[in-house]
Design a protein around this ligand. Structure first.
Ligand SMILES: Cc1cc2nc3c(=O)[nH]c(=O)nc-3n(C[C@H](O)[C@H](O)[C@H](O)COP(=O)(O)OP(=O)(O)OC[C@H]3O[C@@H](n4cnc5c(N)ncnc54)[C@H](O)[C@@H]3O)c2cc1C
Length: 416
């Protein structure tokens, strides 16, 4: 019997991986398939399978898996986090992203609190999030604007410092508060359901995109409103939507990074997000490979299973090899980044995101090919995997542009 090569996890972490796999198979994947067929409005309605997923995840305490033990989190090490996100991605990449993004603002806030000390952040946001078992605290990451997409992520590039390129969503200091006005685009993941936004906006226009601020914004404050949930062809279980800010007054202790710290905060966030994407879409590639293998063994055509045809075997092997490459790369990037303390490994995180999402798309496309006509039918998993993987080539940064961001770092500072 052929089995997956060992993960190298401790017994304790292997048990977590097994538990997350079971959660993925029993809860996440069936919910994602159901949500895929609903309208975006139905996806976010109370009573939809989305809330069953969120409540089950928070009930397990897994939503706080990356938060420090100092604040009650599980503080999984990087290898265990990698295994966890691969399992979630295997089950349903769209919901894996939704659950991952839900924790993002609280993770960055915890890092800031650990470094700078901020009791209000800890008492009013981080601990309540960690202790939450009903999904009452749900985060989102809001950076893209209607007039600003790839350029918001161009940390290190010359145009990032061009005053003419500053973002339109603005924050200003007013007394001890921060006042926010402007709009974030319909692409904000969890934008329809989030209770808190990790808002990346402009504070010093004269510095261009680099003059930003990161503000934790509770989304029940006066002046916050939202657009309708976005209707898209892939990752349909991942709710997305616009958020508008009209003179929203946020207490000063919610400022996580001012313009001096902004490029570092963005690099940290981008590195974290990209390495997470690498792991999630490694999982999707594995799901596509496994679906194709199972189908090829079962589908009898011309008198024998199609798995007995050499061309099908060749395709299956290529899919397997690509998945294994993604698995090794995404793990190395996540572990390496953690050893660096989250900063200094952006090019590695981007390599992981770009390679693993390209791989997921290629392997999902091959899986549809192995299925033949059946692979085009709604309700067949590989058809959904292909749509979900397609979105990942744009999500958290268009792959081509992320490559330019990484290249800038390599040209400027790679030691040969
Ligand atoms: C599934 C999904 C989830 C997302 N989640 C979030 C989220 O949680 N929060 C959030 O804020 N945003 C989110 N986004 C938005 C995402 O980060 C942006 O879509 C992405 O950064 C690209 O921006 P854009 O769509 O405006 O494309 P554009 O920036 O307009 O780019 C369009 C094309 O032009 C190319 N291009 C742009 N600039 C350059 C350049 N300087 N040189 C060469 N080529 C260039 C790009 O490569 C691309 O091919 C999500 C998007 C998707 C699809």
């Amino acid at each position: 019997m052929y089995a997956e090569i060992p993960t190298g996890l401790s017994e304790e972490h292997e048990a977590i991986r097994t538990e997350v796999h079971r959660f993925g198979a029993d809860v996440l994947r069936p919910a994602s398939l159901q949500l895929d067929l609903l309208t975006p409005g139905e996806v976010v309605e109370q009573g939809s399978p989305l809330w069953k997923v969120f409540r089950a995840w928070y009930e397990l305490g897994s939503h706080a898996s990356s938060l420090p033990t100092a604040y009650g989190g599980l503080e999984l090490d990087a290898a265990a986090s990698h295994a966890l996100f691969v399992e979630l991605g295997w089950a349903a990449a769209d919901l894996a992203i939704s659950l991952g993004v839900a924790a993002m603002p609280f993770q960055l806030a915890a890092q800031v609190a650990l470094l700078a000390g901020n009791d209000r952040l800890v008492d009013e946001l981080i601990r309540p999030f960690v202790e939450d078992r009903e999904a009452r605290y749900v985060g989102c990451w809001a950076i893209t604007e209607p007039g600003h997409g790839s350029d918001t992520l161009g940390v290190g590039r010359a145009e990032f410092h061009d005053p003419a390129g500053a973002g339109a969503c603005r924050a200003r200091r007013d007394g001890g508060d921060i006042v926010v006005s402007g709009q974030k685009s319909a692409w904000v993941s969890n934008g329809s359901i989030a209770t808190h936004a990790l808002l990346f906006c402009t504070m010093e226009e004269s510095r261009g995109m680099a003059g930003g601020a990161v503000v934790m914004v509770p989304l029940d404050l006066p002046g916050v409103s939202r657009g309708a949930p976005l209707d898209k062809h892939g990752q349909r279980a991942l709710n997305q939507g616009e958020i508008f800010f009209d003179e929203v007054r946020v207490p000063g202790w919610c400022l996580l990074a001012d313009p001096d710290l902004y490029p570092t905060a963005l690099e940290l966030t981008l590195s974290h997000a990209n390495s997470g994407m690498g792991a999630v879409f490694t999982g999707l590639a594995r799901a596509a490979f496994e679906e194709a293998l199972t189908y090829a063994r079962e589908r009898v055509q011309g008198g024998k299973p199609i798995a007995e045809h050499q061309l099908v075997q060749s395709k299956l092997f290529t899919m397997f090899a690509r998945y294994q490459q993604a698995r090794a790369l995404s793990k190395a990037a996540m572990v390496g980044l953690s050893e660096l303390g989250g900063i200094g490994g952006l090019a590695h995180a981007i390599s992981s995101k770009v390679t693993c999402t390209d791989t997921a798309f290629a392997v999902a496309s091959d899986a549809v090919q192995v299925y033949g006509g059946t692979g085009m039918v709604r309700g067949i998993l590989v058809e959904k995997l292909l749509r979900d993987a397609r979105a990942s080539l744009i999500e958290d940064g268009v792959n081509e542009f992320l490559g330019l961001v990484a290249a800038r770092q390599l040209v400027d500072s790679y030691a040969c």
